[in-house]
Write a protein that binds this ligand. Structure first.
Ligand code: NAD
Ligand code: UGA
Length: 444
């Protein structure tokens, strides 16, 4: 099938590459000329495990093409996925400017039936908005009064992939949700995904949009729940890791997303929780539970900073080593990473920060000023008064901790991800602080 993807970022590019992998011919469009130039030259603009070899393979076979022209891509394809950004506005609403721009551009270039598919995460009812925008922007020859003389459909097909395992998630989804209004749209999307042999959930458009709101918000709720439990664990001498394990064996609960830490970050949970709270508000419902989820997430960072202040005493002029900046492991993405808030708070108190991240340092340079970016984890530790682990990069587990011990001025570790076995540090004479481990700052 001829498919176009508008927006070639973390989701659009992975979707395009994976759809080529399962046999379609795909054009990935982006309006950032530098991005398109890189993609055409075979450069992958993001770090995503497994993406590069597939991208090269299908580009060479011409099953995957890159373009900056929505016009050409619209004319060629029947199915057009919209995967542009939907960032937060100041008031928490999703900013749908890019979605509207794309809907207009597609409409102006439509000359035969098209299926527009929302891949971006959008508030419920956006499907109706896109439909109206397309109708209003069709070329004059295709409009008579309120009537459209060219057929089109708008469908919702929310994406559930995670950064860091995006290719794997796309190729092996737990489910594929398609929200459609017509048999034709359903049939086309069934054809697109047929090679994946995945479970399909077919609904109307609003329900599919709602599934995405609810899924991300539920996952964020699990994280804030376990973070709250961790707070109490620290106060009463219980260990949140064992609590999560003990809860997780219950199949109704599950162990996933019960990792306590410095709070969720990234380009999705913070923005999508905000958007769902706002949507609920506009529909006349006060979503108190989700507001609580958001508050707990903010508190979690504040409490981590408080723990550091408590143990380091004076922050001014102390040198703080950071391992990991990305919002999670296996990505270079710094969008709304918890590390940003934590580092900025410590800098405001006068700390000097020296950091290392295996993949996110280029992006981090845009977000963080006054940080010394180091060549490796050892260089970051050199002469520091404490070490913060802010991202759970597997390679940190292979470091020589004895050497790290010798490099630090004070052997104090704050493991914001409960990533390390605390014993490893303690046996080497470090003071180790995890999150909710019951032996931390507040335990007595
Ligand atoms: P992104 O910023 O990485 O990518 C968006 C791309 O769209 C950018 O490259 C931008 O240049 C391009 N773009 C903007 N306007 C355009 C236009 N008019 N024409 C062509 N291209 C245009 O964002 P992302 O992380 O890929 O997220 C995209 C959407 O997918 C968001 O709604 C997000 O919530 C959702 N989503 C993201 C993830 C994730 O893990 N990142 C997962 C599921 C869903
Ligand atoms: C998340 C969802 O998991 C995807 O299903 C969804 O498609 C995506 O958002 C989206 O809509 O964009 P992503 O943000 O890439 O994916 O990464 P996650 O693995 O979900 O992690 C999000 C944040 O939560 C990270 O900061 C991570 O460190 C944190 N987290 C995750 C925890 O603190 N504890 C956990 O147990 C799990």
């Amino acid at each position: 099938m001829e498919i176009a993807i508008i927006g070639s970022g973390y989701v659009g590019l992975v979707t395009g590459v994976c759809l080529a992998h399962i046999g379609h011919t795909v054009t990935c469009v982006d309006n950032n000329p530098e991005k398109v130039r890189k993609l055409k030259a075979g450069e992958v603009p993001i770090y995503e495990p497994g993406l590069e070899p597939l991208m090269h393979k299908y580009s060479k076979m011409k099953r995957l093409n890159f373009s900056s022209s929505i016009e050409a891509a619209t004319k060629k394809a029947t199915v057009i996925f919209i995967a542009v950004g939907t960032p937060s506005k100041k008031n928490g609403d999703a900013d749908l400017t890019y979605i509207e721009n794309v809907a207009r551009a597609i409409a102006r270039n439509m000359d035969s039936y098209k299926l527009l598919v929302e891949k971006s995460t959008v508030p419920v009812q956006t499907g109706n908005r896109i439909e109206r925008t397309v109708a209003l922007n069709l070329p004059a020859k295709f409009r008579r009064g309120n009537k459209c003389l060219v057929e089109f459909d708008v469908a919702s097909n929310p994406e559930f992939l995670r950064e860091g395992s995006a290719v794997e998630d796309f190729m092996n989804p737990d489910r594929i949700v398609i929200g459609v209004k017509s048999r034709r749209a359903e049939q086309l999307l069934r054809e697109v995904y047929a090679p994946l042999k995945a479970r399909l959930v077919v609904t109307n458009v609003a329900t599919a949009e709602m599934i995405k709101h609810a899924s991300n918000s539920f996952l964020a709720t699990k994280i804030s729940f376990i973070n709250s439990v961790a707070q109490i664990c620290d106060r009463v001498g219980a260990d949140v890791l064992s609590v999560a394990e003990g809860m997780g064996y219950d199949r109704r609960i599950g162990r996933a997303f019960l990792n306590a830490g410095i709070g969720y970050g990234g380009s999705c949970f913070p923005k999508d929780v905000d958007a769902f709270v706002r949507l609920a508000e506009k529909s006349g419902y006060d979503f108190k539970l989700l507001k609580g989820v958001r508050d707990v997430n903010e508190q979690q960072k504040a409490s981590f900073i408080h723990l550091i202040e408590d143990k380091l005493w004076i922050i001014k002029d102390k040198t703080i080593a950071i391992w990991g900046l990305a919002f999670k492991a296996d990505t270079d993405d710094m969008r709304r990473a918890a590390s940003i808030d934590i580092i900025q708070a410590l800098q405001e108190e006068g700390a000097r920060v020296q950091a290392f991240d295996p993949k996110a340092m280029d992006n981090a340079r845009h977000e963080l000023k006054g940080v010394k970016f180091c060549a490796d984890a050892y260089a970051a530790a050199k002469g520091a008064d404490c070490l913060l682990v802010l991202t759970e990069w597997e390679e940190f587990k292979r470091l020589d901790l004895k050497r790290v011990r010798g490099l630090l001025r004070q052997a104090v570790v704050f493991d914001g991800r409960n990533f390390f076995d605390d014993k490893l540090f303690v046996d080497l004479g470090f003071e180790y602080h995890g999150i909710g481990r019951g032996r931390g700052a507040h335990a007595s």
